[in-house]
Write a protein that binds this ligand. Sequence first.
Ligand code: HEM
Ligand SMILES: *[C@@H]1O[C@H](CO)[C@@H](O)[C@H](O)[C@H]1NC(C)=O
Ligand SMILES: *[C@@H]1O[C@H](CO)[C@@H](O)[C@H](O)[C@H]1NC(C)=O
Ligand SMILES: *[C@@H]1O[C@H](CO)[C@@H](O)[C@H](O)[C@H]1NC(C)=O
Length: 348
Amino acid sequence: MLPKLSLALALLALSLQASARPLQQREASPGIIEDLLTGILTPITQLIKDVLSEAKSAIDDTKSSKPLTCSLLLLGSDRCCVWWDVSAELTKQFVQSDGQCNDNARAAVRMGFHDAGSWDNSSTNGGADGSLLMDFGEQNRAENNGLQSIRTLLRTVKSKYGVGYADLAQYAHNHATISCPKGPRVRTFVGRKDATQAAPNGLMPDVHDSADNLIALFQRKGFSAYDLAALVGAHSTSRQRFVDTTPAAANKPLDTTIGVWDVNFYNDTLNNPAGTNASQIVYVLPSDKVLSTHPLIKDEWKSFVGNQPDWNEDYATAYVRMSLLGVQNLGDLVDCTKTLPASRKQYP
Ligand code: HEM
Ligand SMILES: *[C@@H]1O[C@H](CO)[C@@H](O)[C@H](O)[C@H]1NC(C)=O
Ligand SMILES: *[C@@H]1O[C@H](CO)[C@@H](O)[C@H](O)[C@H]1NC(C)=O
Ligand SMILES: *[C@@H]1O[C@H](CO)[C@@H](O)[C@H](O)[C@H]1NC(C)=O
């Protein structure tokens, strides 16, 4: 009886371990976040290092409710307190009545990327600094077209709860991915400093660029080609509005199930024509098409088809890096993942 039980437990532990690992092992990505994570580490910088190196999962499903101590001002030392309130507000804004995520959620996913992504390893400012939510004029850059209404919404949330712009842009991204059924509950840090100037220009990807250029651009931000393949999966919950404005293509989704954070996007991109014809449901961005067939990416791309757990894990790992681009005060951050809504692994 006893040996049987311990054998069963050992097998269970093994299978849990196996399922927690991504299929492919990756090379450590370049980038200066690692440069900040040397020497004596604190619990928070150790956690960030472990997540970026995949020693720890970038997904954390541990949820807790706002504790009473948050309401007692003297005891309110938990820096996550306000984020439970922000979370309740964002759930109202991001989830529609059938449980799927809505246009605000997809815009928030894009907002987090566009705020953090304007950075590379030669930048002295930019990154996840809230500059796009602030008043430096970035909202008028062509690449940020379509982010106007989420910017207004998040600025209202900022004034209501008094949180920082930089944290809110990334918190809202992570809240939006978990607001979509099947989305990952990405580890969520707060405590960033807000920007003092606009992010550098010209560091966002162009939808008509070659795969080689896109891979090189992301490499200068610290992402491998593999990370890029995982990150563009955010188009699972996306629409195009400005790439092709002909009536036959207007507002088309980039995957068949736009309200769900799933891997259909990877299959849809491989199997569909561009989507310019009115009878086609899905639109395929030229950048996604060229990435999906690039020699450095095509195997990973195919491996994500039908493999939600691996994609979620890889997306989350890459996005934690994104959410910390250009952030210098890593030691001041706190982990507020516990304030996010619960994950929903099944839909419907
Ligand atoms: C090669 C890199 C990428 C390129 C060239 C690219 C390009 C685009 C383009 C052209 C659109 C459509 C905009 C429109 O016409 O409304 C779009 C939408 C979107 N992108 Fe990307 N993107 C890239 C990577 C990413 C990444 C890394 C993320 C998130 C982590 C992301 C998230 C989104 C989201 C959520 C939308 C939908 C926004 C909405 O429907 O409101 N993209 N992207
Ligand atoms: C930035 O990253 C790229 C790609 O990894 C590398 O070739 C380049 O030398 C780096 N530049 C700086 C200034 O660190
Ligand atoms: C992939 O897409 C094709 C064509 O749209 C479809 O027939 C097939 O069932 C899809 N496969 C998966 C695994 O989703
Ligand atoms: C659109 O695509 C459908 C099916 O692929 C095809 O039958 C039809 O002729 C196409 N229409 C145009 C205008 O290309």
